[in-house]
Design a protein around this ligand. Structure first.
Ligand SMILES: Cc1cc2nc3c(=O)[nH]c(=O)nc-3n(C[C@H](O)[C@H](O)[C@H](O)COP(=O)(O)OP(=O)(O)OC[C@H]3O[C@@H](n4cnc5c(N)ncnc54)[C@H](O)[C@@H]3O)c2cc1C
Length: 497
């Protein structure tokens, strides 16, 4: 229960600038983003051990660029196979096909392993991760937030990255409107006799009311989809018998499954937090948005929430954040989350059964013959189409979007933009570095050796383009990085060529 500090009650010592609740992919990514900028962070996680098995089979799209922009893509990809994702990628069951080859990327890095790697990275940067701490209460005042659990803790800000059932969201009184479940999906990671798995299309078969994916060590993940039974008790533990019965009902066959290593259920309930911020409390990841994992956008969306919030919180704590910067977290990420709900809800309809849906799928299939539509859907499912408002900047096709992969000729040789972003600071690529003099303490200025229509290009720490091809980048620098340091010489606008 949310509680207020009583008069005279001892205020607990601050343990960190920021407390993050939940050591899933979002919380761990945010912890690293904050540590990268020297912010003290404690992550509170109720599980005493990392989960051995977890939901996502991999991640794709913009999440991979994000890992690259922090130097994590190469080490996280080591030893993983290249997947011909264009063969399998679909939108609501409609295969996108070979025309998407090279435009879709997917790393088959399972969530449990991703969390191990992210946790090791966050710890190496100096984040403290306290396991076995379940948050059960919080109170906030003008100076900070007190968290209640096994022992009270205090920080200046709190971020709830505690998943779809988020205690932080409820304790902060943030509404979670959306749609009730209509479908119940049951899944099990089980062994099947090799011959049976082989019969099921070499281990990968999309079935009308479920699907099956071959995993490691002879395991398959089998998922069934049925109408949500009214009054269903989801607190009852999931069993192998329940999965077997569901397979029998949906597929009309009896599959000889054994040795389940993970059994679970999920639904197509689709909800979004009405606010991503309540005072000093923020929400990120599944705590802020839940949806059917159609196309697997969950980790990507949570990671982008973390990338967006991390530098803004750090700037606020460092004292240079321009007014209102923290509020742009909601104004930028809420619409992005809404798009994910729109995409997954549309896919949930397309994945349904019956003649009218078959007609809709046929129509969508026809529309996807058009390259522009196909690419638009590809950008949507990969999170490449989140365009943030960049006030005062002249329109440009790249403005506000995630920066595309670019290489810059510098005096030290060719440098990829993703590498330039690794320190977690904003990057200005320009032929006139003197323009950025007052912001050097918060900005990496890269002097380009060649003239390009894109220069000067200002990229925020989260990889979004804040100004492009505008001869004077200083208003954009002031918008995102605050007031320039006064004692550094400034160049007058009329001196700009
Ligand atoms: C079957 C399935 C398949 C999926 N496949 C994919 C996929 O292929 N690709 C993809 O990108 N996404 C996929 N997703 C979605 C993805 O798993 C989620 O989007 C992702 O886990 C969200 O990460 P998170 O860190 O925001 O939340 P979570 O992973 O839910 O982490 C929240 C953490 O908070 C902790 N916690 C909760 N309450 C408290 C509390 N009160 N105090 C302390 N700690 C607490 C939890 O123990 C947990 O560790 C799938 C989801 C499902 C169900």
């Amino acid at each position: 229960m949310s509680r207020m500090m009583k008069e005279g009650e001892q205020m607990d010592a601050e343990i960190a600038d920021v407390v993050i609740v939940g050591a899933g992919p979002t919380g761990l990514m945010l912890a690293s983003e904050l540590r990268l900028r020297g912010v003290s962070v404690v992550v509170l996680e109720r599980l005493t051990e990392p989960p051995g098995s977890a939901k996502a089979l991999g991640l794709g799209g913009r999440a991979l660029d994000t890992l690259d922009q922090r130097g994590l893509l190469a080490p996280f990809s080591a030893g993983l196979p290249e997947l011909d994702i264009a063969r399998h990628a679909h939108f609501g069951g409609i295969l996108l096909g070979p025309r998407m080859a090279g435009r879709l990327r997917f790393l088959p890095l399972r969530q449990a392993r991703l969390e191990q790697l992210l946790e090791a990275h966050a710890r190496a940067l100096g984040a403290e991760i306290r396991r076995g701490y379940e948050v059960t209460g919080l109170a906030q005042d003008e100076a900070g937030v007190t968290v209640y659990g096994p022992s009270p803790l205090r920080a200046r800000y709190l971020v709830g990255c505690d998943g779809g059932h988020s205690a932080v969201r409820k304790l902060a009184g943030i509404g979670f409107p959306g749609t009730e479940p209509t479908a119940l999906l049951r899944l099990g990671e089980v062994r099947l006799p090799a011959a049976t798995a082989q019969q099921l299309d070499g281990g990968r078969l999309r079935l009308p009311f479920g699907f099956l994916v071959a995993l490691d060590a002879g395991y398959v993940r089998i998922t069934t989809k049925e109408d949500y039974p009214p009054g269903f008790d989801r607190t009852a533990p999931m069993t192998l018998a329940e999965l077997q019965d569901s397979v029998q009902r949906t597929l009309g066959i009896s599959l000889p499954m054994s040795e389940p290593r993970w059994l679970s259920r999920y639904t197509d309930a689709s909800r979004q937090a009405e606010r991503y911020r309540a005072g000093r409390v923020f929400l990120a990841g599944d705590a802020a948005h839940i949806h059917l994992p159609a196309g697997g956008p969950g980790i990507n969306t949570g990671m982008q929430d973390a990338m967006n919030l991390g530098w803004k919180l750090a700037a606020t704590l460092a004292g240079w954040a321009p007014d209102g910067l923290l509020d742009t977290y909601h104004s930028e990420r809420h619409p992005a989350g809404r798009r994910v709900l729109m995409s997954t809800r549309a896919q949930a309809v397309l994945l349904g059964a019956g003649e009218p849906v078959a007609a809709l799928r046929e129509l969508f299939g026809e529309l996807l013959q058009d390259d522009a539509t196909l690419h638009r859907i590809g950008d949507l499912i990969q999170g490449f189409d989140n365009r943030y408002d960049m006030p005062g900047q002249p329109a440009h096709p790249l403005l506000g979007l995630p920066a595309p992969p670019l290489t810059v000729e510098t005096a030290a040789g060719a440098r990829r933009l993703a590498e330039l972003l690794r320190p977690g600071r904003a990057v200005l690529i320009t032929t006139q570095p003197e323009l950025a003099a007052g912001w050097r303490d918060r900005l990496d200025v890269v002097t380009a050796q060649t003239t390009e229509p894109l220069w000067p290009l200002l990229v925020r720490p989260d990889g979004h383009v804040a100004s492009v091809g505008n001869p004077d980048p200083r208003p954009a620098l002031a918008t995102w990085l605050g007031t320039p340091r006064a004692h550094e010489p400034q160049v007058a606008l009329d001196q700009i060529s």
